[in-house]
Design a protein around this ligand. Sequence first.
Ligand SMILES: Cc1ncc(COP(=O)(O)O)c(C=O)c1O
Length: 447
Amino acid sequence: MGLRGTMGINERGHLEIGGCDVVDLAARFGTPLYVFDEELIREQCRTYQGAFARHYPKGRTIYAGKAFLTIAMCRLIAEEGLYLDVVSGGELYTALAAGFPKERIYFHGNNKSREELVMALQAGIGCIVVDNCFELAVLDRLCEQLSCQVDILLRVTPGVEAHTHTYIQTGQLDSKFGFPLAQGIAREAVRKALEARNLNLRGLHCHIGSQIFDLESFGVTVAILFHFLDEIRDELGWTAEELNLGGGLGIKYNRDDSPVSPEEYIAYLARVVRENAGRSRLDLPLIGVEPGRSIVGEAGTTLYRVGAIKDLPGIRKYITVDGGMGDNPRVALYQAAYEAMVANKANRNKTQLVSVAGKCCESGDMLIWDLETPHVVPGDLLAVLCTGAYTYSMASNYNRLPRPAAVFAYRGSADLVVRRETYEMLIANDVLPPRLQGLEVRSVEQA
Ligand SMILES: Cc1ncc(COP(=O)(O)O)c(C=O)c1O
């Protein structure tokens, strides 16, 4: 079992995170509960920052807020000196409400609305990552109207798609994101951006995939980007001050995963950027990376209370928990595989194979297939590991299940960072049209 960060097993045989016994956390905050190991999040931030300081001082770690964003998370990221990538008005609003330094915010998205762009310009955020020609024109016009200028990057698609151990060079045009480098499309976008009177084109952005273990895919991408920059310098006389290489570094969800450390990743990027810049005789650009999962993924654990247990002899034993695809849609969406442990029996021998089912009305609402556990009874506490990224941020109220609370556990104390939703919150936005207000509810016989 891959215990991570500050996780340990205490003398009561219970799982501990951040010096807190999770059995006590479940009793205090209820279940399901997202527990974040604050020390581990900070450690990941510092590993990135330290790696840049050692290997490429002109580097920026830009936390991808889509992985997990709350006001407390924004504060933590700000304290650690990171930049922040937001992709919607809602994420931007959260960052601004947290007092996140606006000049350290990058705004992404392939269909930013006019209102979102105005919000970003009025807030004076650091940089907008422009995805398409429509946005380029709208943004320039909005700057004109608001009498402001803004720094931009152009998102390009280098034709490399990477996931886990493999990558493919597709040269693909077929992506909803960015300007393809192929067919002169990105070149034309650079030309247009340089002509725009209110936009300051600082550089390029790309993101090639997620849960990547294979550094070579980044190397190939860097080489393709420099090849493009080389051409563009000759054609348009423009060179990029900044190259943002997106996120995507993989993490260890389970024993089959063999991720590369952020230190190795940054050292590798530093080397390939230097080599390519030297070969193209280009000045070293500022390099940005946008890790989400690798900052917060392993730091998160979800606690569930075990309820119904159903043993189908010769087929399978299901243990059902009080959450599921509502608080973690990744299994249903991507067949994501997680490890888990019975947190109140963390020292006991594993004697059986079970599958962990969620409580939603979907057969696909399974959290784990084939998990080895000790004997489990209703009321036990199941801890699913490595759930920090893309769980709370993708959670839904399917079946009108309230979304869980989240806590940061740190050096022996735990603090709420997201309140548990209540039933009142679930109906807070429901509206009764006037024609339904006066109706008496009739019995079936009357109807
Ligand atoms: C543009 C961009 N940057 C960064 C990320 C973060 O990726 P990860 O959480 O895999 O590091 C994503 C994820 O989809 C993304 O689309």
